[in-house]
Ligand binder design. Structure first.
Ligand code: ZN
Length: 685
């Protein structure tokens, strides 16, 4: 591992923050914290922290000694000085005299000694930083160092590499007791450049920012050099000749890990999947000893809240025996859940006060022949689980290459998993109404489609925008958030539709809501119109809806967790317009299609509904711009409004609201909502 320290970057940080009153120490602390936090081999999703001891002025203008330490909720990779709250150092150090200190009292004491009462909670490892004398302290969960210490004789392995340059601290759960034991170990070895916390991570210390940071890089490099020597390769299993494709297996897995199914309410707690594969992941999941090394436990304790202690392993999927595989997957999930219940009961029996069991589902699935999946309530959470799982693959592969992997005991893992301070990291915000659902919108690049994508995202759904115009799809997706998927798709080409749905499944694991929206109007007098025109319109305004809905149903049935089909029909489906036959005929067929899907797939819990919109303001403009334009033009826009009973302009966002309502109207199927300002000829009877 190379040092990324740069004098000019460091001075740029100092200069930039000086303007806002941040001192040199804190500016440099911000700089190297970012260096550490932006390397996933050092720091991953909240694992790791850093501190600097410096001086600050309190309200009375008096200079006080403080420790600026990473605050919870901040990511080290993009931290700001505000993410390193200042705590009165002398007060913290007095705590070392105590024999015991509860987590709650520790957190409270840290808070009351903040210089800024609105600052985030200082790290749970604050006291460890405070009890050591060094000005700069860096802490990471380096993958390479973990591969060395996560061995049955881990201490001997790291001692051989680092000798007396580092001190060694046996595993203890973070908090007051660990801070005291680290301080005691340091007192006996005051010349060390850092400390290895066995089965947890590495601390380095320094008189300045560069020294602490470059010691971290040096010791991690030494670990990497050790791991490069005397390696043995993992033995591999023999795989089926025809491994199933990812889009065919992901919905089965996603269905198997959905929980809290309520048949009466039509609800189920779904999960989002995040798939990863690489040669390294395949070697790991195809390993003959996977059942041993993957089931030991986490490589460092705080991973447990993201990945649980062990992943689910399912058999390699044979493309010709997917029905059997589905049964095996469901059985594997059941066995996982049973094992989790036993683990909870066994460990809760010895714990006071008693804990409430968390959901027993896996967060990571290993699939031989294919790769791994992270599982989460959102695409973001699933990606975090997948990141950690990938990191785990590397650490355990390396650990096995030089010895055999071993981690902290089950009892220690339980204590971390059910530790209130770890659970607090996850947050308990109420979920949005469409959270955990994947929504596909065709023609999503503009108009009603783009507005619907935005509205579905606002309710928490993961979004895939399909559009014939790739740039428009990308633009609409970017307007939502970085996780929204943009896929170019010609809905009149069944192969293109299939490929688009495959991409959605690859990205999120499945599909729950489909808004079949793409359409266009063709005109022609029905007595003389060219057949070609009629057929073209049928391709887009009928067959494309059928092809989209068929793909959705295939995936929804594979998941077995219900689903929702939504169609953009038109007033033409009910009320023919003069010379609009080529448009109205396929739209009428599509309205019938809605009812047919509702009838044939109600038994699968799949609902089919439509929104009947008319004369909607669409295009690339935002609704505000449309409103402004309409105001400016005055009379010329009247034709749109005067076409409806209410005399009101209808916006794409209002059509989108109707789709959102239908997406969570669990008791409504074969329904049509009209959003047209009132058109009695097109009203449903
Ligand atoms: Zn740590």
């Amino acid at each position: 591992m190379k040092s990324r320290w740069s004098d000019s970057d460091a001075e740029a940080f100092v200069a930039r923050y000086a303007a806002t009153g941040v001192n040199r120490d804190l500016a440099l602390r911000t700089y190297t914290t970012r260096l550490l936090g932006s390397d996933p081999k050092l720091v991953l999703h909240g694992g790791g922290n850093s501190s600097v001891k410096t001086k600050a002025r309190d309200l009375l203008g008096e200079e006080v000694e403080v420790i600026c330490v990473k605050g919870s909720g901040w990511d080290m990779g993009n931290i700001e000085p505000a993410g390193l709250p200042a705590v009165r150092l002398a007060e913290l150090r007095r705590l070392r005299a105590l024999k015991k200190l509860s987590d709650e009292d520790m957190v409270n004491f840290q808070r009351v000694n903040l210089l800024d009462s609105s600052a985030p909670n200082p790290s749970v490892e604050t006291l460890l930083h405070a009890f050591l004398p060094h000005k700069f302290i860096d802490h990471t969960h380096s993958t390479a160092v973990l591969a060395l210490t996560d061995q049955p004789d881990g201490e001997a392995v790291v001692r051989e590499v680092y000798g007396d340059r580092l001190a060694y601290v046996p595993y203890t759960i973070p908090g007051f007791a660990l801070a005291k034991s680290v301080a005691d170990v340091f007192d006996r070895n005051p010349k060390v450049e850092g400390l290895v916390l066995l089965q947890h991570g590495l601390f380095t210390v320094g008189g300045d920012a560069r020294e602490a940071y470059e010691r971290m890089i040096r010791f991690v490099t030494m670990a990497e050099e050790r791991l490069a020597r005397q390696r043995k390769k993992l033995a591999l299993i023999k795989l089926p000749a025809n491994i199933a494709r990812l889009p065919d297996i992901a919905p089965i897995l996603r269905g198997a890990v959905a929980i809290e199914r309520n048949e009466m309410a039509g609800t189920v707690k779904r999960q989002i999947l995040c798939f990863r594969t690489s040669p390294a992941i395949l070697d790991y999941v195809n390993g003959a000893d996977i059942a041993r090394y993957s089931q030991q436990g986490v490589v460092t304790p705080d991973h447990t809240i993201r990945t649980k202690n062990w992943p689910l392993i399912v058999p390699a999927p044979d493309a010709h025996k997917l029905d059997d595989w589905k049964k095996a997957v469901h059985a594997a999930v059941e066995a996982f859940v049973a094992r989790y219940h036993e683990y909870f009961a066994r460990n809760n029996a010895r714990t006071e006060p008693k804990k409430k069991e968390l959901d027993p589902l896996p967060r990571v699935i290993l699939v031989p022949g294919v790769g791994l999946f992270g599982i989460g309530a959102s695409a973001r959470d699933a990606a975090i689980a997948a990141d950690i799982a990938e990191n785990t693959v590397e650490a355990i592969t390396d650990a096995e290459a030089i010895g055999s992997y071993a981690c902290i005991s089950e009892a220690d893992m339980f204590d971390v998993e059910y530790w209130s301070l770890e659970q607090a990291k996850l947050g308990k915000a109420a979920e949005k109404v469409l959270a955990r659902q994947v929504c596909v919108i065709t023609g999503g690049g503009s108009g009603i489609g783009a507005a619907t994508a935005k509205a579905m995202a606002a309710e928490g759904a993961e979004i895939a925008i399909l559009d014939r115009d790739h740039d428009m799809a990308v633009k609409a997706a970017k307007a939502i958030h970085s996780r929204a998927l943009a896929i170019s798709c010609d809905v009149t080409d069944p192969l293109s539709v299939r490929a688009a749905f495959d991409k959605v499944v690859d990205a999120f694991g499945g599909v729950d809501i489909v808004v079949s929206n793409a359409g266009a109007a063709w005109q022609g007098n029905i007595g003389s119109v060219d057949d070609e025109v009629l057929r073209k319109s049928f391709e887009l305004n009928f067959f494309a809806h059928q092809s989209v809905a068929q793909n959705a149903v295939r995936i929804m049935k594979s998941q077995g967790t219900y689903g929702c089909l939504l169609f953009n029909t038109s007033k033409q489906a009910v009320n023919p317009g003069k010379d609009f036959g080529p448009y109205g005929l396929p739209k009428a067929a599509t309205l019938f299609l809605v009812r047919q899907y509702a009838l044939d797939h109600g038994k699968d819990g799949i609902r089919a509904n439509a929104v009947n919109a008319d004369r909607v303001r669409t295009g690339l403009l935002t609704d505000e711009m449309v409103a402004a334009r309409s105001k400016a033009r005055g009379v010329s826009e009247q034709s749109y409004m005067s076409g409806n009973l209410l005399g009101r302009e209808v916006y794409a966002s209002e059509v989108a609201e109707a789709f959102v309502y239908l997406a969570h109207a669990e008791k409504t199927t074969a329904g049509v909502i009209t959003v047209d300002g009132g058109n009695i000829e097109a009203s449903m009877r």
